[in-house]
Design a protein around this ligand. Structure first.
Ligand code: NAD
Ligand code: ZN
Length: 379
């Protein structure tokens, strides 16, 4: 047991006091983990769009003051009652969606949408006692998606923590906590392209490029990148994307352009934009008879998917995925191994790095659309 086990830890955390205002580094108190909880020392964290959405809190339930952050790598500091499969010192990735291993979803081979620990963006407290483990002078500071990694120490449910190979560099594999695994899994677990097949990827942000990385790993012979922002194309070449299409520069619908390029359609497509028109195009550009389209992007709340049913009758398949269908505790360790054995490349996703004190710079890079992932060093 560590010397801090069972005690309140005082440490630094980046607190979002109000929507859209720069985070403030504060000294917070972090209570010990309760039943089925673990307290983690975060070493590296990175910024994802979801943090920015909930920090801006436009059209969402504002929960402030809050500690954001959900992509990270850390070490278990102490464990609460009932935790048997983690011990202090274990290297872990916290994950925004969990795996209780007991519900119908966790017991199903096909689902990763745990009943107990599925993402909940409105909840700012722990499930066990509906209280926050963070406070400043006794005033609670709320949690975010069960992870709150913008803190030197955080408390999570044990089901939201994947134990990984202790030799894996946490400053690299921390990005597997969310977006990169989502895109990678969308291709490898859901679209499942065969070797030599053609894959279209809609949206060349971090998630789409991870989908392209999945296509490269699967041995796709053509990877067609589709984005309305042509400046994404240069960087995407590093991810094995072989051809590019900007729908804004096409004289006809992009699905028709892709069908012409591929003699009837691509074998697989993965949509990573959140734009409803791109979702429809991604479905309609797959080949009849065998084509599979996978939706990953989170659409606007009023969006409606409209296509002629004949597109489905002609043996095209439409699927969707959450976190790339990975079960966080069972499957993430093997994704880390893919990186360790050099099958999966992560360095090319990491475009910036800042010390914790400069965390607001990471927000600036993302808001300006600069780069893919910014690693925030906690030391
Ligand atoms: P991003 O904003 O970095 O990238 C999106 C890209 O899509 C941009 O390059 C943009 O120019 C492009 N785009 C927008 N509209 C387009 C259109 N009509 N046609 C072609 N390209 C278009 O975002 P990201 O971080 O890579 O995330 C992508 C999506 O994945 C988001 O919607 C995000 O919410 C979602 N997401 C889903 C899950 C899940 O589990 N399903 C998990 C994480 C993220
Ligand atoms: Zn479950």
């Amino acid at each position: 047991m560590s010397s801090t086990a069972g005690q309140v830890i005082r440490c630094k955390a980046a607190v979002a006091w109000e929507a859209g205002k720069p985070l403030v580094i504060e000294e917070v108190e972090v209570a010990p983990p309760q039943k089925m909880e673990v307290r983690l020392k975060i070493l590296f964290t990175s910024l994802c769009h979801t943090d920015v959405y909930f920090w801006e809190a436009k059209g969402q339930n504002p929960v402030f003051p809050r500690i954001l952050g959900h992509e990270a790598g850390g070490i278990v500091e102490s464990v609460g009652e009932g935790v048997t499969d983690l011990v202090p010192g274990d290297h872990v990735l916290p994950v925004f969606t969990g795996e209780c291993k007991e519900c119908a979803h966790c017991k199903s081979e096909e689902s990763n949408m745990c009943n107990l620990l599925r993402i909940n963006t409105d909840r700012g407290v722990m499930i066990h006692d509906e209280k926050s483990r963070f406070s400043i002078n006794g005033k609670p500071i709320y949690h975010f998606v069960g992870t709150s990694t913008f803190s030197e120490y955080t408390v999570t449910h044990v089901g939201c923590v994947a134990k990984i190979n202790p030799l894996a560099p946490l400053d690299k594999v921390c990005i597997l906590s969310c977006g990169i695994s989502t895109g990678l899994g969308a291709t490898l677990n859901v679209a499942k392209p065969k070797k030599g097949s053609s894959v279209a990827v809609f949206g060349l942000g971090a998630v789409g490029l991870a989908a392209a990385e999945g296509a490269r790993i699967a041995g796709a012979s053509r990877i067609i990148g589709v984005d309305v922002n042509s400046s994404r194309f240069e960087h995407a070449k590093k991810f094995g994307v072989t051809e590019f299409v900007n729908p804004k520069e096409c004289k006809k619908p992009v699905q028709e352009v892709i069908a012409e390029m591929t003699d009837g359609g691509v074998d697989r497509s993965v949509e990573c934009t959140g734009n409803i028109d791109a979702m429809i195009s991604a479905f309609e550009c797959v080949h009849d008879g065998w084509g599979v389209a996978v939706l990953v992007g989170v659409p606007h709340k009023d969006a409606v998917f409209k296509t002629h049913p004949v597109n489905l009758l002609n043996e095209r398949t439409l699927k969707g995925t959450f976190f790339g269908n990975y079960k966080p505790r069972s499957d993430l360790p093997s994704v880390v191994e893919k990186y360790m054995n050099k099958e999966l490349e992560l360095e090319k996703f990491i475009t910036h790095e800042v010390p914790f004190a400069e965390i607001n710079k990471a927000f600036d890079y993302m808001l300006k659309g600069e780069g893919l992932r910014c690693i925030i060093r906690m030391d």
